[in-house]
Design a protein around this ligand. Sequence first.
Ligand SMILES: NC(=O)c1ccc[n+]([C@@H]2O[C@H](COP(=O)([O-])OP(=O)(O)OC[C@H]3O[C@@H](n4cnc5c(N)ncnc54)[C@H](OP(=O)(O)O)[C@@H]3O)[C@@H](O)[C@H]2O)c1
Length: 350
Amino acid sequence: MSSTQQKALYLDSPCGEFVIKTKEIQKPEPGEVLVKIVATALNPADWKVPKFNPPFIEYYPFLLGADSAGVIEELGEGVTGFAKGDRVIHEADWHDRFASFQQYTVVSAEHLAKLPDNLSFEQAASIPLGLATAAIGLYADCDRPEGVKKLRPPPWEAGGEGVYKGKAVLVLGGTSSVGKNAIQLLKLSGFSKIIATASLRNTDMLKSLGATDVIDRNADLVSEAKNILSGDSLDLIYDAVGTKEVQSQALEILQPGGQLIAAALIHVDTTAHVDKHFITLFAGFRLPQNWALGKSLHSKLYDLLASGAIKPNAIEVLPNGLASVVAGLKRIENNEVNGRKLIIRPGETP
Ligand SMILES: NC(=O)c1ccc[n+]([C@@H]2O[C@H](COP(=O)([O-])OP(=O)(O)OC[C@H]3O[C@@H](n4cnc5c(N)ncnc54)[C@H](OP(=O)(O)O)[C@@H]3O)[C@@H](O)[C@H]2O)c1
């Protein structure tokens, strides 16, 4: 492999195999930065794409991987505020130039943040996609139906901190990466009751992030939540689980006019709930409707991470870089990875 080349893990065909190949290292265009990826994370979508072949993937071979923590290798024309060698963090995107299942990736400087010293690259790689999914669901335009309000302003912007004091919110799947980030953002937004569903062994961890109450994921959600709400109205649910059973129960306690933000798919018949709003999202900051939010978030991300307002996931680092992705994804698909992110270092690929 020459010095202008790198290794990348391609999905070779629809519902096909992952294959490690050699490819040219990308050149950053004006406004972009080339990052040498030190660590990236495995996410549920990385096994769902090969299994379900979603229609928005229009060409193969295809590159996945959505988290990146690394070191700046090269600055594109016009980039200021960053230097070669800076430790950085950013969301990666499924695309030959922008994905993170490769050794180098490119990102817009507007969607890049320096990494504070309190986080290792491996810890940092556990954050971007979960944080983006929570932030976009709560604060971006997404595909919100007419008249349905996003939360404004986000808590990292002027006037955003604490504005939802007195309000209640339910996070389904609090232990998930998305759920933990949602809890931390909702805490910054000031919600007074942040109720999460989870396995009870995770109660202390979720309370340390900002959950006020944790309901056993196997308990009767409706009666437990009503008990905790004790008459308060519930008009916001963030769903990081995405099953019909959980969504059906949650809708019983959502007020008319309330919104259910779904990180995963909606499985209920929405026409049976015309008085409630369903928000779906695609957590890419490169999408036009999410770009400005991504720029705003990254301008404050260093501070959020350095202060501990946003904390990393627990992590498990796998050996052999990209060569461990397939086995790691199988463990995620089999529900064998709970409460932590699997991390690889692409530079260790044999
Ligand atoms: N729309 C998008 O662009 C986008 C982006 C990222 C992720 N997603 C989706 O969002 C979902 C979450 O992703 P993730 O990466 O955050 O997942 P994850 O970290 O892999 O979540 C694992 C956790 O989910 C919890 N869980 C599973 N079933 C549960 C249930 N019935 N009730 C409560 N908790 C449950 C478990 O918590 P306990 O250990 O406490 O049991 C487990 O630890 C996935 O469906 C993913 O595909 C969508």
